[in-house]
Design a protein around this ligand. Structure first.
Ligand code: BGC
Length: 709
């Protein structure tokens, strides 16, 4: 009320076109220096300051990318009354494996609606860093190794979140591609690599998704901390990309007051851990020191005004001064979305005629492995969720079998520190497998949470995995189970590639489930029994072994002894490397099987000016309904500079009944053919021949055609 009255009076004295900008100017003109400073730093671990006198509330934030995080109470003082449960959605890697941008939107809608319900103004996600190494502990939160796929999925997600009246916070800007020494590592890469691989997701987030906030990452880039980076934030993000929202620091990522003020940080977040239990946020870099710097004339107040303006802009856009439509928590619609994403995001990697199982004729199943009963929502670091519920694979299978199938469970291995092969558990597992018609092995990686130890078992923030090997001696167990019952389906949870070389030749069927969320066990069971036809596709190449992957073969991870890390592989991240250098992966980017088959035909390429329209027909040539991801790659045949063998430039997912055909039309704009010229400092289109390749994965290319520019 007070605010509206003041704004009304003041709006009359300004003359800008945009009424909201007028209101913002008016508010800023009413603020004292201290009040402005109060808005640009944390006021508790998940709020930044408001100005009560002017009716500006605190800004309330919460993790995270796949569900609203459990409450930690103000400044981590436990809140026993916390109403903090939420929907636990499939994590980033599983969401992106749907290759369905409509599901990106649906995912964002759930996140935004629940954040709103829980009283949050900003939800700290999506996480869109490039998956550069299989070892990154946070790959499970991220989307892909490919910038186009990331862009399409992130844009949907951001729009879904922001349509619910809360702001998305796209993280982590930039080059936070590993957790190892994330606070200190200094990333070096060529300008071309930056522009072609690491920036496009963020550019799309801002320009197509309209992201209202971004989070600056912990690491350094070209010698300067990313959270206050003159080039990345001021020049690229705010000037070139026209970003009008606010840059929020990662928690505790600000290192210097002047740099933060000048180089684009708009809000300094973190917890004043040094002063707990009575934190003092006046100590923050962007707190009282700023007051002295402005008063002594060393810093102009206009710098601060710009930050306050950006924050207020987001506050107005998210209706913090008006009435936000109410949010909702764990509704049947949210549950259905979580299920749908899991159904479309679980990837069938290999299938030699065992799947799907037939419910009516299957009499006995042995379910083996600790992930069959493990819940994952609570772990992983800041992305933890206090899930309303989480259906485990064993629960999903048991419920679908509905008493008609005898299901026996054997643990197989234990989730313990340095877990070695346990002879007794292996014997039990072998016995169960041998005594059943089919065995379903559910293992892989986990998140750490209440466990007080860390090792390569974990997909987790703050640490990388030491290797791509399965933890808890699972290789030995899997080999024994496969020997006992060749009809074993291997299901792996985890945030990315796994070394399967020790047993893959004997495995008839392998499923990668990622982290499929609260409905994951149900979705998995439906896929196993053919109630759902799998349509997920890998968003990251699975190398055979770690040393096949680019950052590792080039010794470009995890940085030298001074923690400088040159991204020596440059543009050749993921399949761009494997295809260009002819290295055979275990499973290729874009790969994922279905229970039906698809035929591709009638490719036509039509060029008009600098745009190419790709048309083709896809037919479901099998006996069950299913979805196919049509992928379009571009290969520059006559480049004067190094270019990857091929690059994903368009894709779409289509649903087809048996025998049904659909015409697909995809447009490749000029940027699909361009590369970044680091002499001209711009993207250029070089004349010559381009080969357009269409298929169901990066290596299963069924149609090809040339186009000349
Ligand atoms: C993480 C961010 C997270 C923040 C707040 C940081 O440690 O890197 O992704 O949003 O904490 O919990």
């Amino acid at each position: 009320m007070l605010l509206s009255l003041m704004l009304l009076l003041l709006a009359c004295s300004t003359n800008k076109q945009d009424p909201t900008e007028n209101k913002i100017d008016s508010l800023i003109s009413l603020m004292t220096l201290e009040e402005k400073v109060n808005m640009v730093h944390a006021s508790s671990s998940f709020t930044s300051g408001g100005v009560e006198r002017l009716g500006i509330p605190e800004w309330t934030m919460s993790d995270g990318p796949h569900g609203v995080r459990k409450e930690h109470g103000r400044d981590w003082v436990a809140d026993s009354d916390a109403k903090d449960s939420a929907s636990y959605l499939p994590t980033g890697i599983t969401l992106a494996a749907t290759w369905n941008s409509d599901l990106g939107y649906a995912f964002g809608k759930v996140l935004g609606s629940e954040a709103n319900y829980r009283g949050k103004d900003v939800i700290l996600g999506p996480g869109i860093n490039i998956m550069r190494t299989p070892l990154n502990g946070r790959n499970f939160e991220y989307l892909s190794e490919d910038p186009l796929l990331i862009s399409k999925m992130a844009v949907g997600c951001i729009k879904g979140i922001q349509d619910q009246g809360v702001a998305a916070c796209v993280k982590h800007y930039l080059a936070n591609n590993q957790e190892y020494e994330r606070n200190f590592v200094n990333v070096e890469m060529s300008e071309r690599t930056l522009r072609e691989i690491y920036l496009p997701g963020f550019k799309a987030a801002v320009q197509e998704g309209g992201a209202l906030t971004l989070m600056g990452s912990y690491n350094k880039f070209r010698g300067q901390y990313c959270t206050h980076h003159e080039y990345l934030i001021n020049k690229v993000l705010k000037e070139e990309y026209g970003f009008k929202g606010a840059v929020i620091s990662d928690w505790g990522a600000v290192h210097n007051t002047l740099e933060a003020l000048k180089f684009g940080t708009d809000v300094e977040m973190g917890t004043d851990l040094s002063m707990l239990p009575t934190p003092n946020y006046h100590n923050f870099f962007m707190a009282d020191t700023v007051i002295s710097l402005v008063k002594s004339g060393q810093v102009q107040e206009s710098l601060l005004d710009d930050k306050v303006r950006r924050i207020l802009r987001v506050m107005f856009k998210t209706n913090m001064f008006g009435k936000r439509a109410p949010g909702a928590l764990n509704t049947p619609e949210h549950q259905a979305i979580a299920l749908k994403i899991a159904e479309e995001g679980i990837v069938l990697l290999k299938n030699n005629a065992i799947l799907p199982l037939t419910k009516a004729s299957t009499k006995s199943i042995a379910v083996i492995g600790a992930n069959a009963t493990r819940k994952h929502a609570g772990g992983g670091g800041s992305s933890q969720v206090n899930a309303k519920y989480e259906i485990t694979p064993l629960e999903g299978l048991t419920s679908l079998a509905d008493g008609g199938i005898t299901i026996k469970y054997a643990e197989g291995y234990r989730i313990v520190k340095d877990g070695k092969a346990d002879k007794k558990l292996i014997e039990e597992a072998v016995k169960a497998a041998a005594g059943a018609e089919v065995a379903i092995y559910v293992g892989g990686f986990i998140h750490g949470y209440s466990d007080s130890w860390n090792d390569n078992a974990f997909d987790s923030e703050g640490q990388d995995k030491p290797s791509m090997n399965l933890p808890f001696a699972q290789d030995e167990l899997i080999a024994a189970v496969l020997k006992a019952n060749p009809n074993t389906i291997i299901v792996l949870y985890g945030g990315g590639p796994v070394d399967m070389t020790k047993w893959i030749d004997n495995a008839k069927s392998i499923i990668h489930a990622g982290y499929p969320g609260m409905e994951g066990g149900k979705a998995l069971a439906k896929i196993i029994f053919g109630e759902v036809n799998p349509s997920g596709k890998l968003t990251v190449t699975f190398p055979k072994k770690l040393d096949d992957s680019p950052a590792h073969v080039l010794n470009a991870y995890p940085g030298d002894s001074s923690l400088n890390e040159e991204y020596k592989e440059g543009l050749l991240v993921g399949y761009r490397y494997f295809d260009t250098k002819n290295v055979e992966p275990q499973f290729v980017f874009g790969h994922g099987l279905s229970y039906t088959t698809f035929g591709y035909s009638d490719l036509t390429l039509a060029k008009s000016d600098k745009m190419v329209t790709v048309k083709l027909t896809v037919k479901n040539t099998g006996h069950v309904a299913g979805a196919e991801v049509v992928q379009v790659y571009v290969k520059d045949e006559q480049a004067s500079v190094e270019r990857p063998d091929k690059e994903l430039k368009a894709f779409t997912k289509i649903f087809l009944n048996p025998g049904e055909s659909k015409d697909v039309s995809l447009v490749l704009n000029e940027d699909a053919f361009q590369y970044y010229d680091d002499v001209k400092h711009q993207f250029v289109l070089e004349a010559g021949r381009f080969n357009i390749q269409v298929g169901s994965s990066s290596r299963n290319i069924t149609l090809k055609g040339d186009i000349e520019f």
